[in-house]
Each structure stands twice: as structure tokens, then as C-alpha cells.
Design a protein around this ligand. Sequence first.
Ligand code: ATP
Ligand code: MG
Length: 421
Amino acid sequence: MTQQMDSTIQAEIQGLAERYDQEGLQGLSELIAERINRQQATGNSIYLLTTFTLQPLVGNLDRWPKNASINNDWIEFQLEINEQTSETHVARAKIFRLPGKYGLLVGRDIHQLTEAKRRIIQALTWGLAIMVMLAFLGGIVLSRRTVRKIERINQTTQSIMSGDLSRRVPVTDRNDDFDQVADNLNQMLDRIQMLMEDIRRVSDNIAHDLRTPLARLRQHLEEARLEEDPSSKSAMNLEQSIKEADSLLGTFNALLRIARIEAGQVRAGFGDVDFHSLLEDIVEFYEPLIEEKNQTLETTIDANIVSQGDRDLLFQAFANVLENAIKYTPDKGNLSVSLIRLNTELVITIADNGPGIPASERDKVFRRFYRLDQSRSSSGNGLGLSMVSAVVSLHNGSIDLEDNIPGLRTIIRLPMMKKKA
Ligand code: ATP
Ligand code: MG
């Protein structure tokens, strides 16, 4: 716009100069006066013709602008619009000497132009500010969404790591990058789960298939022993071998039992279980062992708690935990067994003050055959807690191992189940 105005002024000067060339000062003055008259209404052109000493001759400007030396150049100056309010506008003009040393100034009031410029700059500034703000907000919203998605993947992987391999990362139907990551993760998990099941099946199959030959082996050993003189060395060796075979058979049976419980094949044995009498029976069963180790046992068992379950399996499970407590706690240790009902939940707590299990190992002891190094010298093969965990899941319960400071506290929670009609 400035350029356009400059060339208009330039053209105007051209016209004026031509007239001066043709008709001299007189013609130029007339033309200026005529132009001033013609644009009276809009009035933003400025003309001033002066003498050599810059005294005004014709024009609509009453004096030569201050600080404007006359050397054929563009100037900008303050134009007084209203004397009372001393309102001024910016004007832009070209000044130069005519051949006869007269001074000539041709210009425009560029108030509107500067005003437009100011508005444009203002609008751009606001626009920029708003844009930055929107970008900022958009960034926050987007990153929140991203973080939330990552958080979901995180939660799932965490619960998978804590043992629930059946969990999957949620996938939306938007099919964005996150969904593809989730999809791949899920496929990977499917594969891992399949492999884990394969491994379990293989070990269960081995246990299953070796059971019969092992039983036959035991049978033969038994027959051989009967033919020997009971006091002979070979009879004693055979006796030892039979014991080993029995222990192997025990391990295989335990493995198969766990596999069956985990597969949920034993639900048929569900019925009303009186937990009070169940725990009393277990305590009674282990009393001789406790006495033998000079340990003390404290029991707090609420009466009249009846819920659905498989009594035999629950017996084995609780017995395993109590047996561990007795086995791993040194002589003269203190044990406790408690059963309470919390709303719709049964809480069975079995605690001891023995060596306990370090926090980092508490997840691992539920694995098959996992034993702490310090326990390797005592009897057992590391299947007890696997069985307990399988039985507890079968009853939709949960099991936690905690530090009893010192010792181990095992807390088993089972939901109360009413008999289905
Ligand atoms: P099994 O029960 O098959 O005869 P086990 O007792 O060794 O053998 P789990 O009952 O599964 O196997 O226990 C696994 C391991 O956890 C044990 O070997 C032992 O190291 C540790 N453990 C279990 N209970 C306790 C406890 N009360 N105090 C200290 N360590 C324990
Ligand atoms: Mg055990």
C-alpha cells in the first residue's frame, strides 16, 4: 500500500513538473490550486509550493514542515489536523527544488495507512498469542491422551508381570499406532501363554506317563525284597530304593493333582464346609509335631463359618501352610492360626516367627519346585505352595505372604459362597 501511494505521488509530481515546464510558475500554481479544490471533500493530498527560502506560495499546508531539509527525498512528518485538540496525523511526502529554485512538497496524509498497519500488527499479535495458546492447550490434551494410553499399557503389563497372564492390553477401533503396539503386545502374550501351557502340559504328561512304570518298578522291588533275608544288606538296599520310588511317586501325584486343580476339574467336590471344624482338625493333626519341636501355637478361630468349597483340598492347602510354618521355624518358635469373617470374606492367617521369606522371593515360592536355598536341607520338594495357590484360586480367593517381623505371615482370603439352589 505504501508503494502504491508512493507511485501515485510520483505520478502527481510528474504531472506538476510537466505543467511547470510548459507554463511556468503561473501554470503550476493554478494546477495546484485546482487540485486542492477538486479533492476538498476527501482531502488527503498535500501540496505546498514555496519560494527559495521556503516561504509558502500556494498549497494546503500553511508552512514547510520542521526538520525537513530540501534534498529531493521522501519525508514523513506530523500534520496538524485540529489546532484545538492538537490532533496530528502522519503524512508522507516528497520534497525537491524545481529548476527555478522553488521548493515543492507533494504528499499524502497516511493516517489511514498507519492506522491499518497498526490494526494489522495488532491482529497478528493477537492471532499469534491465541495460536500459541491453542497450540499449548492442544499439546496438553494430546500428550494427556498419549500418557493415558501408555498408562493403560503399563497397567496391563504390570498385572501380567504379577502373574495374570490372561490379561490383554485394550485395543480401540481407531487403529492408530498405539492400537498396533497393543495388538502386537497381545499377540506376543497369546504366544507366551501358549508356550507356558505347552510346558505345563509336557511336565504334567511326563508325570502322568512315568507314574505307571514307576509303580511297576516299585512293585518289582517289593517282590524282590520279599525274597531276600530281611536282615541282609541287599534287603536294606531294596528297602531304601522302595522309599525313593515312593517319594518320586508322591512328587508325580502332587504335580498331577495341582494340574487337575488348576484345570478346575475338581469342582464336583464342592459342598458346605464348616471352616471352624476344618481348622480345628488341621491343628489337632499337627499338634504332635508342634509338641515335638517345643513350639507354641495360638489359635483364634471364629465359630459358625460355613461356606462352599472342597473340604479335602482346603484341608490339604491349610495343612501345607501350617506344615511349612512348623517345618521352617526353629524349635521353641511361636506359631499362630486365626480365622475371622470380614463381611463377605473369610480371612485365614497363619503366622510364625521363623526365618521368613525375603520380599524378593515371595512371588517365586508359588512356582513348582521352587525352594529357598536355606531350605534345601529339609524334606520337601517345593510343590506345597503351588498346590495351596491352585486351591485358593479354585475358590476364587487370594493369598498373600507378608513379613511377620520376624517370620512369615500367610494370609488367605476366600469369598463366602452360598450354596447354589
Ligand atoms: P513341600 O511343601 O512340597 O513338601 P516345601 O515346603 O519346600 O516342600 P513349599 O511349601 O512350596 O515347598 O514352600 C516353598 C519354599 O518356601 C520352601 O522351600 C521354603 O524355602 C519357603 N517357605 C515356605 N514357608 C515358609 C515359612 N513359613 N518360613 C520360611 N520359609 C518358608
Ligand atoms: Mg511345604
